[in-house]
Design a protein around this ligand. Structure first.
Ligand code: CTP
Length: 395
């Protein structure tokens, strides 16, 4: 998501950079907007460094209507900490600085506030009335916690910890998504086809595209069955790892067995794995020795086509997405594959563009739909391409 973190002038503002760091780590793009008073407690340099973006602080600095462009960019505005003052301003419709102006421009359903103040201020009827008003407009609240306050007293008013606010944002972002009730299968990586105990036939697929797809689905709230060939990647460090169930396989036949087992329980499947079309007819359980002759013949037999098999199994309500890597007559070949394998979408990988394809972190794709639709991406990070594919195939 694109998130603006708004920071107002309370002592808890010193925790805002940690919140920004957690959101960036979770894969969100973050911009900060601070009031002048907030910069008494944290600094412009800190916020710009952790968000890797310029701070929005002065309504007139850019000479443009930045509150509107920022509102258009943002999926969510999180105010942490939110002082009694900013809560009162929004409730009263006052826009007299950069952040309060942005808050009035933003639809309330896209705002989350983490109030922080002294307990008595929090209990004041004016603050409680304002909180109720904001809630009734659809602004979400992360209620302040009980604990030690900066003024030396204890009680309710302490800003929730950044981890808790970040967790709340994660659940908010998936709450409304139709994917939050769905299970998807993703295949990723290469397959290794054994020749003997130390050799195999493989390919250069890194698995990056498939892992990015699994993460983009989980980010939208889906449960993901990730069936992956050998790769050094791991989902463990993903903030959504709890929603990604990984099955590690080696060969095409193992991938076939795992994918056909889970597909009947899935709403859809995206097969991005680079599956070997052929495997050695025989495998040796010891290391083959040179036999003294100049050459050697390896007999290959065809592997099962996982995508075509799922196309045959597919029920009316399931969505099936394949990938295609073509060198010539790209669109016609991809379209042909879509029809032959009974797919709903096919993602055509560009081989012509530098920075697209195997191993690299970027990709450029064309998504063709069974209904004749066609969407082209520019050269983007695999994470962004994954989000675009998920958006296109889950509409
Ligand atoms: N695929 C699969 N099982 C296979 C081979 C491929 O599931 N045994 C899937 C890939 O994951 C990808 C799509 O099929 O989604 C495209 O694979 P590709 O090798 O381009 O398709 P083929 O039908 O093998 O066509 P070609 O004649 O170009 O090799």
């Amino acid at each position: 998501m694109n998130i603006v973190v708004g920071i107002t002038g309370g002592i808890a503002a010193y925790k805002a950079p940690e919140l920004v760091r957690l959101l960036v780590k979770a894969g969100h793009s973050v911009r900060c907007a601070a009031t002048e008073h907030a910069l008494q407690f944290t600094t412009r340099a800190t916020l710009e460094t952790v968000s890797a973006n310029p701070l929005y602080c002065d309504l007139f600095a850019s000479g443009r209507t930045e509150h509107i462009s920022l509102k258009d960019w943002a999926d969510l505005l999180v105010v942490a900490p939110a002082t009694a003052n900013i809560i009162g301003k929004v409730a009263g419709g006052i826009a007299d600085d950069a952040l309060s102006t942005l808050l009035l421009a933003m639809p309330p359903q896209h705002v989350l506030m983490a109030p922080a103040m002294n307990s008595q201020m929090w209990a004041h009827p004016a603050v409680q009335r304002n909180i109720e008003t904001l809630r009734s407009w659809g602004i979400a609240m992360v209620s302040p916690a009980d604990g030690e306050l900066a003024c030396g007293t204890t009680g309710p008013g302490r800003m929730s910890e950044p981890e808790e606010i970040a967790a709340c944002i994660a659940s908010l972002s998936t709450f409304h998504s139709p994917l939050s009730t769905q299970r998807w299968l993703v295949t990723a990586g290469p397959t290794y086809e054994r020749i003997d105990s130390v050799r195999f036939i493989g390919n250069y697929s890194s698995g990056k595209m498939g892992f990015a797809l699994a993460e983009a689905l989980a980010e939208q709230g889906a449960e993901v069955e990730l069936v992956t060939g050998p790769t050094s990647l791991s989902t463990l460090r993903s903030p959504f790892s709890a929603h990604i169930h990984e099955t590690r396989v080696e060969s095409a036949r193992e991938m076939y067995a795992a994918a056909t087992k889970v597909f009947p329980h899935c709403h859809g499947a995206i097969l991005s794995a680079a599956v070997a079309d052929y495997r050695p007819a025989e495998t040796a359980d010891h290391k083959l020795k040179k036999n003294g002759s100049e050459g050697m013949h390896l007999e290959l037999v065809q592997n099962p086509d996982i995508l075509a098999t799922l196309g045959g199994m597919k029920q009316e309500e399931q969505t099936l997405v394949g990938f295609a890597l073509e060198t010539d007559h790209e669109l016609e070949n991809a379209q042909g594959k879509l029809e032959r394998k009974n797919l709903d979408y096919i993602v055509l990988n560009s081989l012509r563009d530098k920075g697209a394809g195997f191993g690299v972190d970027t990709n450029k794709v064309t998504i063709l739909g069974r209904d004749g639709s066609r969407k082209e991406s520019p050269l983007l990070s695999k994470r962004e391409v994954a989000r675009m594919i998920i958006e296109a195939v889950t509409l």
